[in-house]
Design a protein around this ligand. Structure first.
Ligand code: PRP
Length: 207
């Protein structure tokens, strides 16, 4: 039987997932000493694929990976057709609207400009508030945009809040909570039901 293939978001979600595999008694030594390899075995039953968050969804959607571990932030931004099986409880942070501390964000009548790495999340949030905004896509360190006077505010991930604080910004409103999710390809869920359910069971027991 070929191993279940699971795409992990490289970095912190990867290492938290490996910790869970260790607790299940699986052998993660090959992944932990991976060098630059991107596809690695975990015991005999699992094969791990290391990818960037949005690509985890792409590989799972296309069925080349059966399962994936990815943040709710990427899921909400990218969408797609797959099953979200489980909230893994780690990688906790939140989406928030933030703005310079010394300004009243909701003051004035002019259309606001919002910078974000997550334009879809931003658009949905302001649509729900019935507020017309201009959205500018930024690839990283979004906090720069209001500091450089490109934007009135940002919609970004906040974890400890230190990046905001150290750059004179503050949370105006929480948008939504985020954590890591286990996702599955829809066909794999039928074809490899027993194996996926067994793994899901083990995850659930540890959480
Ligand atoms: C994320 C996020 C914030 C920061 C929040 O950025 O975009 O900038 O972390 O964390 P904090 O509340 O604990 O300070 P990341 O480090 O992923 O880099 P990026 O901004 O380049 O995407």
């Amino acid at each position: 039987m070929k191993p279940l293939r699971i795409a992990l978001t490289k970095g912190r979600l990867e290492s938290k997932t490996l910790d869970l595999f260790d607790q299940m008694g699986l052998d993660t030594s090959v992944v932990r000493n991976k060098g630059r390899r991107l596809i690695l075995p975990v015991g005999d039953s699992i094969e791990v694929v290391l990818a960037k968050a949005a690509d985890v969804i792409t590989y799972v959607e296309h069925g080349v990976c059966d399962l994936g571990v990815v943040g709710k932030d990427t899921i909400t931004e990218a969408g797609g057709s797959f099953y979200e099986l489980l909230d893994l409880g780690f990688g906790k942070c939140r989406f928030a609207l933030a703005a310079p501390k010394d300004k009243e964000f909701f003051g004035g009548y002019a259309t606001k400009t919002i910078a974000s790495k997550y334009p879809n999340v931003t658009a949905a949030y302001f649509a729900k508030k019935n507020m017309d905004v201009r959205i500018i896509k930024i690839e990283g360190s979004v906090e720069l945009a209001p500091l450089l006077d490109l934007a009135d505010g940002i919609v970004d991930i906040v974890e400890t809040g230190s990046t905001l604080k150290e750059n004179g910004l503050e949370v105006v409103e929480e948008v939504m909570p985020i954590s890591a999710r286990l996702i599955a390809n829809t066909a794999a869920l039928k074809l490899r039901k027993a194996e996926i359910e067994a793994l899901l069971d083990q995850f659930e027991k540890l959480l």
